[in-house]
Design a binder for this molecule. Structure first.
Ligand code: ATP
Ligand code: MG
Length: 171
């Protein structure tokens, strides 16, 4: 079993390609109210969780809510791919603004598995190319996270390690 130590008050960024299991992981380990999902914010601002044109507004709203939660001392988990440096920089900035530690949890599954899962879903329509690009972004990201300001970086490789992980909140 892998124990992931996380400060009781942290901004946790999940990092992984579509289909890596971020939302599943978030639901397993955190309360629904602790999880801010980019999908939910796209739906909130555009009535369509897949409307990529709504991303800037959705993330603006997500960062705002994350900031409010951190100001109130609430652990906050960001369920988005977080594969782009600029997306992660926004989260690190929100955390720093509130003197809270930014933590990254990377879910790294084989691309073939992520694709298999994507094909089985009705709520995702992106193609193989899009997934391949995400996988490249993930490869580029690993190794950068600590440098970007994430104070803890937990990397879970493969479904077994992901399923065996447990979160320990540090008082
Ligand atoms: P997206 O970025 O598109 O939102 P995601 O990373 O949130 O994707 P999930 O929605 O959590 O991915 O998972 C994708 C699919 O894989 C779901 O159908 C889910 O049931 C399945 N899945 C996720 N994690 C696991 C797991 N640990 N074991 C078995 N199946 C899983
Ligand atoms: Mg998801």
């Amino acid at each position: 079993m892998t124990t992931l130590d996380i400060p009781e008050l942290a901004l946790v960024a999940l990092v992984g390609v579509s289909g890596s299991g971020k939302s599943t992981f978030a639901a397993r380990h955190f309360a629904p109210s602790q999880v801010l999902a980019s999908d939910a914010f796209r739906a909130m601002v555009a009535d369509d969780e897949n409307d990529q044109s709504a991303s800037a507004d959705a993330f603006g709203a997500l960062h705002h809510v994350a900031g409010v939660r951190l100001r109130r001392g609430r652990l906050t988990v960001v369920d988005a791919t977080n594969l782009q440096p600029h997306a992660r920089a926004g989260l690190v900035a929100v955390a720093r603004e509130h003197d809270v530690l930014p933590v990254a949890i990377v879910l790294d599954v084989p691309e073939a598995l992520a694709w298999e899962r994507t094909e089985a879903r009705t709520d995702r329509t992106h193609g193989r190319q899009v997934l391949a690009r995400m996988q490249r972004d993930l490869r580029r990201s690993s190794g950068q996270l600590a440098r970007e300001g994430f104070r803890r970086v937990h990397v879970l490789r493969g479904v077994e390690e992901i399923d065996a992980a447990r979160i320990r909140l540090e008082k």
